[in-house]
Design a protein. Structure first.
Length: 269
């Protein structure tokens, strides 16, 4: 399991697509947390179930990218407060069908969880759901698809996926919210959590950690002659701030928006 940054009692992990974040119904082994227990078992076990064994937030099985894990209770509690205060920055790249209605905007639609006929949890847009907001900006569009960058404060179940589908731009490779022809347009779900920014509890230093664009999603852009983030001029570094890991140029965190109706729920995107 690639730990790409460590500072004090905090690590940032780059989870691959196809791996569950933690054990759950139907899968007890071969999860990200299983892999981390092999290396940090004593520390994580001491955190206990009350603190989710250090896991601060989650990603869907098919979503790749960055996750924060605390190794001691004090660090976990401090980071949990940051999530609740919505001060943790989470950025995603998504390749979607078509082009969103605006070059930049915020999708504000309440999300509820339901169980479908196959007894799988699914997200739906519903007035009975929780307030949810996904900010996005279009980075490029070509060949019937767009690369968008999304930012969320909350993490409702499948939030980015259901919000982009709701505006007519489902994520390529999505077997839940996209029709079959769009599911087949990428090798897997074209969603990657590429940037995290937070304050490291021990040092008080702001940390920005970035993950490169996934190789298995690259053909979906190159085949449409769309630029791949981080390639060519302006390639971005992977981490900035105290701790171990590559210390290069800070990824761009200048883009900002207000998601005033969000909570700090740590669910999966």
């Amino acid at each position: 399991m690639p730990v790409i940054w460590r500072g004090g009692d905090v690590i940032v992990v780059d989870k691959p697509s196809g791996m569950a974040s933690e054990p759950g119904k139907g899968q007890r082994d071969n999860t990200m947390m299983n892999a981390l227990f092999a290396e940090f078992g004593n520390l994580l076990q001491n955190m206990g179930e009350k603190r989710d064994f250090g896991l601060l937030h989650r990603l869907d099985r098919e979503t790749s990218g960055l996750l924060i894990v605390a190794l001691r209770a004090r660090a976990y509690d401090a980071l949990r407060r940051q999530f609740e205060e919505r001060s943790v920055v989470k950025r995603y790249w998504a390749i979607v069908s078509g082009r969103p209605p605006k070059a930049q905007g915020v999708i504000r639609k309440p999300i509820a969880e339901v169980v479908d006929e196959k007894k799988q949890k699914k997200a739906v847009i519903s007035g009975a759901g929780k307030p949810s907001a996904t900010a996005y900006r279009v980075l490029s569009s070509r060949g019937g698809a767009s690369l968008v960058e999304c930012r969320i404060g909350s993490g409702r179940l499948h939030q980015i996926r259901v919000h982009m589908a709701a505006v007519g731009c489902p994520v390529l490779g999505d077997g839940f919210y996209a029709p079959p022809e769009i599911k087949r347009m990428a090798a897997r779900l074209a969603l990657h959590a590429h940037l995290l920014a937070f304050v490291e509890p021990e040092s008080g230093e702001r940390v920005v950690v970035g993950s490169p664009f996934p190789a298995d999603l690259r053909p979906a852009l190159v085949g449409r002659r769309m630029p791949v983030p981080g390639e060519g001029s302006g390639a971005r570094g992977t981490a900035q701030g105290g701790g171990s890991g590559n210390q290069r140029a800070e990824p761009d965190v200048g883009w900002s928006e207000q998601n005033d109706d969000e909570s700090g729920d740590p669910g999966a995107a």
